[in-house]
Design a protein around this ligand. Structure first.
Ligand code: GDP
Ligand code: MG
Length: 258
């Protein structure tokens, strides 16, 4: 009888065909979460810093190669690995769990006077064939970051400066092209020029390992030596991944991943 029930665990053996792969996490109903927490609109650095904190914990636990984030989404690239036997249910649920609890912990620490509600991110897996596909994936997500950025500024401009209700503003921005979003922002004059929009609002944030040399005392040999160490680097000022500078930066970071 119990064996029959075991067979009903129909998805246990669904596996990612092969690593490397990205996982992409997205905040569930973060519109309402950010409203409840009264975060700054359209961007609050505190949220980005807390997302980074949650991602750093994933690096410490599971050693991915790099992560890219903007708004409430995070893409994390795992190199050749046998993480959880590549089982989809395990990877999705455990990564979503750690990221959600890590973000909750970070927000609670940074906002001690606010009751941070329970929160969750969803999680999906995107297998990668080669470095070029990974570069294209990141370029695609960065194009979403651009879109999200201009959409958010235009939305705020329509509400604050043009007097539209949130519903009217959302309706007005449906299926609007990037160039039109920029026009709207200029027309309704947000308080800064387009060129003053902080880079990370527009292009997102990248987290990756970097190696550095550290001088240390070797007590066995009784001498000072330089040792190679690695640490996490957070890039808040990214180039565009469409341009050569951005693409060669990504190719460099992906060199040992495939
Ligand atoms: N106030 C504020 N809200 C943010 C920030 N980053 C993301 N959000 C909110 O999170 C939402 C994320 O978009 P999406 O995933 O499409 O919507 P969701 O279904 O509500 O999670 C945005 O629409 C914003 O409302 C931020 O820095 N500040
Ligand atoms: Mg979301």
């Amino acid at each position: 009888m119990y064996n029959k029930l075991k067979c009903k665990e129909a998805y246990t053996d669904v596996r990612v065909p092969a690593a490397p792969f990205f996982v992409r996490l997205d905040g569930w109903r973060f519109h309402s979460l950010t409203e409840k927490l009264k975060l700054k609109k359209p961007f609050d650095r505190l949220l980005a810093e807390c997302m980074i904190e949650a991602v750093k914990n994933i690096f410490r636990l599971f050693n991915p190669a790099l992560a890219y984030l903007f708004s409430d989404e995070i893409s994390i690239l795992f190199p050749k690995t046998n993480l959880f036997g590549l089982r989809v249910e395990k990877i999705d649920s455990i990564l979503a769990g750690f990221t959600s609890s890590g973000l909750h912990k970070a927000l609670t620490k940074r906002l001690p006077d606010r009751d941070v509600p329970a929160l969750s991110l969803d999680c999906r897996i995107i297998p990668m064939k080669n470095p070029e596909e990974a570069v294209n994936y990141l370029t695609w997500r960065q194009s979403e970051a651009y879109r999200n950025c201009y959409n958010s500024y235009a939305y705020q401009a329509l509400i604050r400066k043009a007097g539209l209700t949130p519903q009217e503003a959302a309706q007005r921005l449906k299926d609007v092209k990037l160039s039109r979003l920029m026009e709207l922002i200029k027309r309704y004059g947000i308080d800064l020029n387009l060129s003053d929009i902080p880079r990370w609002h527009e292009r997102g944030i990248l987290i990756h390992w970097e190696t550095y040399k550290k001088m240390g005392y070797d007590p066995v040999r009784g001498i000072y030596m330089t040792a190679e160490r690695r640490r996490l680097k957070v890039e808040w000022f990214l180039p565009s991944f469409i341009m050569e500078e951005g693409r060669s930066m990504l190719r460099g970071l992906l060199r040992d991943v495939f």
